[in-house]
Design a protein around this ligand. Structure first.
Ligand code: SF4
Ligand code: SF4
Length: 281
């Protein structure tokens, strides 16, 4: 009995201090019981543009799956040009446009892409154009050194692979306690990071776009004018089922091992035999 009790206590303490556990419990209760007031707002003023799936690092639990689902495909400058034209036509005021990847500085036409973004920055000086880089490698740093001054550089200055992320390739639908969830509520990343543009279209978020890239549902929205709550909620309802970040809603902690649940194992096997062919933006 004593051994059982000690084991119980140790397990609880490993999960976190008692106050943290109590808060976690309250949060989970509210999230389940009051879905309408306890939800995330989709942030339509921020967007991440995935330039490439290639990277100089191969971190555990990377939410672009650069290690397990490699790809040399890139977004084309013309696609970004179309997106910027639609933004100007619709007078869409982006507060933040982040060029990201993979590692965005590996895109062979990154300077052409910045030339395409510059008129938007001139029309809307309040918008921030950023490059999110891992800062790892000579080529990466050569490109960073030559970026124009109006580009904000978010440099995480990594010196090695990152191995402490929340699990990503761990589909909530593979776990019993997420059955019956309304996945269209998304997770906090839709509010913090905002939307996503890839070569396959517009998405509710970057990690969700990557679910589509690997699983091949082909649900990218092809016109900015069609980017409304209804279409975004439809994407969330599908993509969040497979995205490990959904567990943020239940105070999921960082892990330092790679975790791949059965749905992702099957998806990676299929992907590496024959990549899904998604329509283009
Ligand atoms: S640096 Fe970023 S994109 Fe590259 S492997 Fe790590 S998490 Fe993924
Ligand atoms: S759970 Fe994943 S797919 Fe869903 S909103 Fe969060 S990051 Fe996007």
């Amino acid at each position: 009995m004593k051994v059982k009790f000690r084991n119980f206590l140790r397990n609880r303490l490993q999960k976190g201090p008692p106050l943290f556990n109590a808060l976690e419990f309250c949060h989970d209760y509210l999230w389940k019981r009051f879905p309408s007031i306890f939800s995330w707002g989709i942030n339509k003023t921020r967007i991440e543009i995935d330039l490439t799936s290639q990277c100089t690092l191969k971190c555990f639990n990377c939410n672009r799956a650069v290690k397990h689902a490699p790809s040399s495909e890139i977004i084309l400058p013309e696609q970004i040009g179309r997106f910027m034209n639609q933004s100007i036509e619709l007078n869409w005021k982006w507060k933040l446009i982040v060029l990201i990847g993979g590692e965005p500085t590996l895109h062979p036409h990154i300077f052409d892409i910045l030339d395409i973004l510059k008129p938007y920055k001139t029309s809307f000086p309040g918008s921030v154009i950023a490059v999110a880089t891992n800062g790892y490698g000579r080529h990466v740093n050569d490109v960073l050194a030559n970026l124009p001054a109006w580009v904000y550089i978010a440099n995480s200055k990594k010196t090695t692979h990152i191995n402490s992320f929340q699990s990503y390739n761990d589909a909530p639908i593979d776990a019993r306690n997420y059955q019956g969830e309304d996945f269209s509520r998304g997770c906090r990343l839709v509010e913090i990071c905002g939307l996503s543009l890839t070569r396959h279209g517009l998405y509710c978020c970057g990690p969700g776009a990557n679910v589509d890239r690997v699983f091949g549902f082909d649900v990218g929205i092809k016109k900015l004018a069609d980017l409304d709550d209804k279409n975004l909620k439809t994407q969330l309802a599908l993509l969040c089922k497979y995205c490990g970040h959904y567990k943020y809603n239940y105070a999921e902690k960082e892990i330092s091992v790679e975790k791949i649940s059965p749905s992702w194992q099957v998806a990676f096997e299929k992907y590496n035999k024959c990549k899904p062919r998604l329509s283009l933006y």
